[in-house]
Design a binder for this molecule. Structure first.
Ligand code: ADP
Length: 448
């Protein structure tokens, strides 16, 4: 006890009070202590008063002490005027004691010393720079200690200072308030929630878009199969009919015969074109199509294609004019593929023209480009459809288009072929006024 009192600056003294009224006490030099310690009579009186007044509080604590649980009771020993002193009383239970087994331990603590020595040291050890602590007297509001000069109003949390009555610890977060922290956290959480929800919505949007896309594609494929079968069946039926009639020699005149032969040639070349489109399309889709790019004169190629196709055009009552530059730089192209593209454009011009059956084809150089255009005076294409018509299987949903035969592959194939040539296919069109499709070939950088 001697050592304990001497070593702790905040402990002024301690005593053991045995059940048989014997007492042992140890104090710091009495002359340094307040009046209540210096006169033994006064001291005894005061202590007796406190112990008497605390009888009801002490009873349960003594009971617990038997079970080994020790809890001190705190009393203000001295306050007004002089230094504040707290008396801690706790029972100690020991079976082997001759004194009856139970005795009271009392410790006198100098509050200010306790705050400055123990509490301050604890705060310093605990503090990682984030928190500011203060010790405050509850009823007067006087601050006895604070770890940093700060505005008392800003303290947001207070806790009793262990067993010392009337003192409390005040805590705040440095440079901010708990309110601000929770506001900031709420903001962060809200932002996070918004981001998560946006991602979720985007996900849902993409899934729905994909589903919609897949459904459209499935419908287009079904339409494609129906269209292609129809388109295959009609020319085949015609070829067969003409061939059978010719075979049975039932054709009355030579002119009629020639007309039949022409029809057979025409229909079979249309069949070839359709089948070529489908085969090329599937080859390109599976990356098996090979192109042979060789320097060629585009004007000549266009003229040859028109000649080859003229019979079919004339037969349908079309007038085709060609306007081509006489001198053009040679362009590296796959002639068969470009011919096929041109035939697809001409075929569309024929299919989607009504009364005005004129088609203008032109081949011109514009700066570093050579442009092949096919212009018709047909039904035209609405602005909103002009991008979509280059997608595979896409056909505009109008009654006139519905009545024409087609696979929806022609323009997609033209686009793919022009991509291979580092070129472009464009359309200018307005409904009712006709359309102009242009194949644009770059000079120099082309296809090499
Ligand atoms: P298809 O002609 O076999 O239907 P395409 O890919 O060649 O397939 O054309 C796609 C769609 O673009 C056509 O169904 C049609 O609606 C529209 N289209 C193409 N060319 C023309 C044109 N010259 N005039 C009007 N519409 C056209």
């Amino acid at each position: 006890m001697q050592k304990y009192v001497q070593r702790n600056p905040s402990v002024l003294g301690a005593f053991l009070h045995f059940k048989n009224h014997q007492e042992v006490d140890v104090f710091k030099e009495r002359y340094t202590l307040p009046e209540s310690f210096r006169s033994p009579k006064l001291f005894r009186q005061k202590l007796q008063m406190i112990v008497d007044s605390a009888k009801t509080q002490l009873a349960p604590i003594l009971r617990r002490a038997r079970e080994g649980y020790i809890k001190p009771l705190a009393f203000t020993w001295e306050k007004n005027g002089g230094p504040e002193i707290t008396l801690l009383l706790f029972p100690y239970f020991n079976e082997s004691q001759k004194s009856g087994g139970t005795y009271l331990i009392g410790i006198f603590i100098d509050n200010m010393e306790y705050i400055n020595d123990i509490v301050a040291r604890k705060f310093t050890a605990m503090n990682d720079g984030e928190l500011v602590f203060a010790v405050r007297e509850k009823d007067t509001g006087v601050l006895h200690y604070f770890s940093e000069e700060t505005d008392l109003e800003q303290f947001e949390k207070s806790e009793d200072l262990w067993i010392i009555p009337n003192l409390e610890i005040q805590i705040k977060v440095r440079g901010t308030t708990l309110n601000q922290i929770s506001k900031k956290r709420a903001q962060t959480n809200l932002t996070f929630l918004i981001v998560v929800n946006t991602v979720l919505l985007l996900g849902v949007f993409y899934v729905l878009r994909n589903v919609w896309h897949e459904m459209t594609l499935a419908r287009m494929k079904t339409d494609f199969v129906a269209n292609v079968s129809h388109e295959l069946r009609t020319p085949l039926a015609l070829i067969r009919m003409f061939a059978e009639t010719l075979e049975l020699d039932r054709v009355p005149s030579e002119d009629k015969k020639r007309a039949y032969y022409r029809s057979i040639v025409g229909e079979s070349s249309r069949l070839t074109q359709l089948i070529n489109n489908i085969l090329d399309f599937s080859k390109i889709e599976s990356n098996k199509k090979e192109y042979k790019l060789e320097p060629a004169d585009l004007s000549r190629l266009v003229r040859q294609t028109l000649e080859m196709y003229s019979f079919h055009l004339e037969q349908k009552g079309f007038q085709v004019t060609l306007d081509a530059d006489s001198v053009l730089p040679e362009i590296r192209i796959d002639t068969e593929a470009i011919k096929q593209s041109l035939v697809n454009l001409l075929d569309n011009a024929v299919k989607f023209s009504t009364d005005d059956k004129s088609i203008k084809v032109s081949v011109h150089r514009h700066n570093q480009k050579v442009v092949v255009s096919v212009q018709d005076c047909g039904i035209g294409i609405a602005e909103s459809e002009q991008k979509k018509i280059f997608e595979k299987f896409y056909r505009v949903e109008s009654s006139l288009v519905h009545n024409t035969k087609g696979s929806g592959l022609g323009l997609n194939l033209v686009k793919k072929i022009m991509d291979i040539h580092n070129g472009q296919v464009t359309v200018e069109s307005s409904p009712g006024k006709g359309s102009t499709f242009s194949l644009i070939f770059p000079i120099n950088t082309n296809g090499a």
